[in-house]
Design a protein. Structure first.
Length: 198
């Protein structure tokens, strides 16, 4: 057994006094406080995130319910057939409008040609510009025949002998219009009225 020159109690006391543990204790205390604060902050943040997660879960469940409800109500086959029907109808209407425009242009040009032809015939007279007093009756007959070929029948006034009434037959529309020619308007007005009635 080793014998100490000094008293072991004194030696232990002196050794203990040589260790400075106060700063270490303070550091441990600070670390403990920091760990406690960190733990509290972490719990608060975790609770906040859990609350957000619950709200998002509720919204997700609501959206799923709405989606399931709308999916139940939605009939994909009916929707597709309705869209196809509307597309077909749209193209049919567009084709009808296009055909009507083409036909309108054709009839407009035909009408303009006939008006020009009528004006030319009226200028030239029954004999192509060579009018004589004796040919006036032939000119009237030719004009009446031309009008009759268009579906216009002219009527004479029994007292004056003037042609003062026209009966216009429109076979395409199936109607008849009567125009009284009283001479109060110019000739182009009556000509336009005849063409509009045809």
């Amino acid at each position: 057994m080793v014998l100490f020159d000094e008293d072991p109690v004194s030696l232990i006391t002196e050794t203990t006094n040589q260790f400075h543990i106060a700063p270490d204790k303070e550091a441990l205390s600070r670390i403990s406080e920091s760990i406690g604060t960190l733990h509290t902050t972490r719990n608060a943040k975790l609770n906040q995130q859990q609350s957000i997660l619950k709200n998002l879960s509720r919204r997700l469940n609501n959206l799923k319910s709405e989606y399931a409800y709308e999916e139940e109500r939605h009939d994909a086959g009916k929707h597709a057939s309705e869209m196809l029907r509307m597309d077909t109808e749209k193209f049919r209407v567009a084709k009808g409008v296009s055909d009507a425009e083409i036909e309108g242009e054709r009839l407009g040009s035909e009408l303009a040609g006939l008006k020009a032809q009528l004006e030319q015939l009226e200028k030239e007279g029954a004999e192509g510009g060579r009018r004589t007093v004796g040919d006036a009756e032939d000119e009237v007959i030719l004009k009446l025949q031309f009008y009759r070929s268009l579906g216009i029948d002219a009527s004479q006034d029994e007292t004056t002998g003037e042609y003062n009434r026209a009966v216009i037959h429109n076979t395409a529309r199936g109607d008849v219009n009567v125009v009284n020619v009283d001479g109060k308007m110019n000739r182009s007005f009556y000509a336009n009225m005849f063409w509009d009635s045809l």
